[in-house]
Design a protein around this ligand. Structure first.
Ligand code: GLA
Length: 702
């Protein structure tokens, strides 16, 4: 970074490790070349800083947008002070993992900008900008931070999605113009951009220089890739503010969300930095993740005590360690049209309260978990009837409905308090170890009714974080899952307050292969809820063998989403074997490094997790379709130590994959092969029918 005293800092390089640089070399290196009006007809411009400003001649999107009634809209920040680890920065230093605090003033515009730039031990970079208003009312519309990427980052990869099909990767040319992913859903979104990458064309999991940004915010937000006609390419991000949402009075300030940035040669290495960052957090989950059963697809709203007691018994029998009672236990919630907002146990559904079920769950040696959706309300609820003003709306009419529900305004202190009290009461009453915290609708036209409908998404997002933090502080050890109609709230903001995400409402393993693969671009396996569901998927109606369902779910935090009451003893025995396998390998799966691909082709996907010390790796080889050539290719096993030898053997549970035909090396004793050969040539994949997975274990022998 270059931090001149008279302008905001510039990032000269981020990405590959350049080794030690002396001052002269550091001054020469720059991702963006100088471009100072050398050609007639060009502005005498300077490269944009972390918060691009128009005064430098930048004609692209400014980092700060706002004004005082049309004045003070074009800032020039100078008088820059830079501190590293609390002390004034020397004129030249190499700091490694460190934090930089920057403060700068726009004396004319009466604004102070702060920037925190942190290089984390994981190698992630994160930046956050703040603004303090020094006079009059300042209407803040946008505060984003931008990072330059080089010209050869000529392709973009980000994500889209919908319910049940979250995180569909899209690739496009990084052409001149702006690729703007603006979210106005008030939650991260089933279609969220998730991570915006700029990459060398043709990059994949294995290779290709790749830069990525991620906005750690669960409300409205924006990711932008911008390429201007002078050749500058920026990746930027920040919160998306609605009109008039943040009017800063004199002395008031705003701090934007962290914008995370990662780099790697190949998408895997970009992901690894996020994984090691998340794993380095002090409260990160234990790799011995408890096998979870969630009742949703087993019983839906049919909360019958006898049936659920039987489900709990069967769950314990197959090895489940956490039993989660999903939607339907409270208020008038016998269907999705009523009850949200009334967080007391329904005497209709549970005449004896939840105690008999909770007791049974605990007696079976399992933890008890409960579903809640505290930010939402049905019109048919006691809460909505008593406080219609707590329902968000921008006009006199209510916003369009989604799943028969509306958004509660947690930014209103009384509303917040009412929800908080109900949540704490239920947590005090029952020994609850886990909350599945859902958020099933978008915030559209989400105004604050008692304040004439002014936008309130920013305040509501902050309130949701506060509520999560308060609940956790009151119940240390409580785990919380972030669910939003499946994977609609997956970001590093919510993960500061939660312990896993529900990846998707679709547990069909064919869809889950893709969902886990791409959700893993940000999250390590232990944070992705991954359940074995019934043979015929409730969402897609496809039918799959348990071997495919089990081997797919294994690469996440394993659970069950299946009506065990409708299973045969043989089904349960095989399910129990999968659970046993997970328990045996969960520490490897949840601490190892994830390597996706290279996909051998012919409809086969491969992936693996390799222990940090390189002693073993667990791989899956999945046939998505018929192999068009009839002769499956070889799969290269990545991540092992090239200089050591490994015994590679199949791991089989229950019946073999359908249409299975073993290659010569497929043997219980395994075959001993050097890591270098496994990585470069690999081993032939067995012949399998479509939609089958086999597992392979590689263990170091020397
Ligand atoms: C959402 C969740 C599901 C389930 C239902 C309950 O759709 O994603 O897993 O909890 O709500 O209503």
């Amino acid at each position: 970074m270059e931090c001149p005293p008279d302008r905001l800092p510039l990032v000269r390089h981020w990405g590959s490790d350049l080794g030690p640089l002396d001052e002269e070399a550091a001054r020469a290196v720059c991702l963006i070349g100088e471009r100072s009006g050398r050609l007639s007809g060009e502005l005498d411009a300077r490269p944009p800083s972390l918060v691009p400003e128009a005064w430098t001649g930048w004609t692209g999107r400014p980092g700060l947008v706002g004004s005082r009634n049309g004045r003070d809209w074009s800032p020039r920040f100078s008088g820059v002070s830079v501190r590293i680890g609390g002390t004034e920065a020397p004129s030249y230093t190499e700091a490694g993992a460190a934090g930089l605090e920057v403060a700068a003033d726009d004396a004319e515009g009466l604004l102070r900008l702060t920037l925190t730039v942190e290089m984390l031990a994981s190698g992630l970079l994160r930046v956050r900008a703040g603004l303090v208003n020094g006079g009059g009312t300042y209407d803040l519309q946008e505060l984003s931070v931008a990072l330059p990427v080089p010209t050869h980052a000529a392709e973009l990869i980000d994500f889209s999605g919908r319910w049940g099909m979250e995180r569909q990767a899209q690739r496009l040319e990084f052409a001149v113009g702006a690729h703007v992913r603006e979210n106005r859903r008030g939650r991260t979104g089933l279609d969220s951009a998730y991570l915006l990458h700029a990459t060398e064309p043709g990059s994949d999991f294995v290779g290709g220089e790749t830069w990525a940004v991620h906005v750690a915010w669960s409300g409205n937000h924006r990711h932008v890739a911008e390429h201007d006609s002078t050749g500058i390419r920026l990746l930027s991000g920040g919160e998306h503010l609605l009109p008039g949402e943040l009017r800063l009075a004199e002395g008031e300030g705003y701090t934007g969300p962290w914008v995370y940035a990662s780099y790697g040669d190949g998408l895997d290495r970009v992901a690894h930095r996020f994984h090691s960052h998340l794993r380095s957090r002090p409260g990160h989950v234990s790799p011995r993740r408890p096998v979870t059963l969630n009742t949703w697809e087993a019983v839906y709203f049919d909360h019958d005590e006898k049936r659920l007691l039987e489900l709990a018994r069967l769950a314990a029998e197959v090895g489940v360690e956490r039993f989660v009672l999903d939607d339907g236990w409270f208020g008038g919630r016998r269907h999705s049209r009523a009850g949200l907002g009334d967080w007391t146990v329904s005497p209709d559904a549970w005449p004896h309260g939840l105690q008999p079920l909770v007791n049974a769950v605990l007696e079976h040696g399992m933890e008890f978990g409960l579903w809640v959706e505290p930010e939402m309300v049905n019109l048919d609820s006691d809460l909505a009837r008593a406080h219609p003003e707590w329902i968000t709306a921008a006009r006199s009419e209510l916003p369009v409905e989604q799943r028969n529900q509306h958004v509660l305004d947690l930014s209103l202190p009384d509303c917040y308090e009412a929800v908080r009290r109900q949540l704490l009461a239920i947590l005090d009453e029952y020994p609850i170890s886990f909350l599945k915290w859902d958020h099933n609708r978008d915030h559209v036209e989400a105004g604050v009714r008692p304040r004439g409908g002014v936008p309130g998404v920013h305040a509501r997002t902050a309130a949701a974080y506060r509520l999560l933090a308060e609940v956790r502080a009151a119940h240390p050890g409580l785990e919380i899952e972030s669910c939003a109609a499946g994977g609609g709230r997956v970001d590093l903001g919510i993960l500061e307050h939660t312990d896993r995400v529900w990846v998707s409402d679709v547990s069909d393993p064919l869809e889950r292969q893709r969902l886990l693969r791409w959700t893993g671009q940000l999250l390590p396996t232990e944070l992705m809820g991954s359940h074995i569901a019934s043979p015929r998927s409730h969402t897609t109606s496809r039918t799959h063998d348990l071997s495919f369902r089990g081997a797919t779910a294994l690469f996440g935090h394993l659970g069950v989403e299946w009506d065990l009451g409708a299973t045969t003893p043989e089904d349960r025995a095989e399910l129990a074997a999968w659970i046993t396998l997970y328990k045996e390998y969960r520490e490897l799966i949840h601490t190892g490094t994830l390597w996706r691909g290279p996909d051998p082709g012919e409809g086969i996907w491969s992936q693996g997790v390799v222990a940090g010390d390189g002693t073993k790796g667990l791989y899956s080889l999945t046939s998505l379709t018929w192999c068009p050539t009839g002769a499956p290719p070889s799969a290269r096993l990545r991540g092992l130590d090239a200089h050591r030898r490994y015994r590679v053997r199949p791991l089989t549970v229950g019946s073999p994959a359908a249409g299975f035909s073993a290659p010569a090396w497929w043997d219980e004793q395994g075959v001993v092969v050097p890591g270098s050969a496994l990585a470069r040539v690999g081993l032939p994949v067995p012949v399998m029918h479509p939609e089958q997975t086999v597992l392979v274990l590689a263990e170091r022998v020397d």
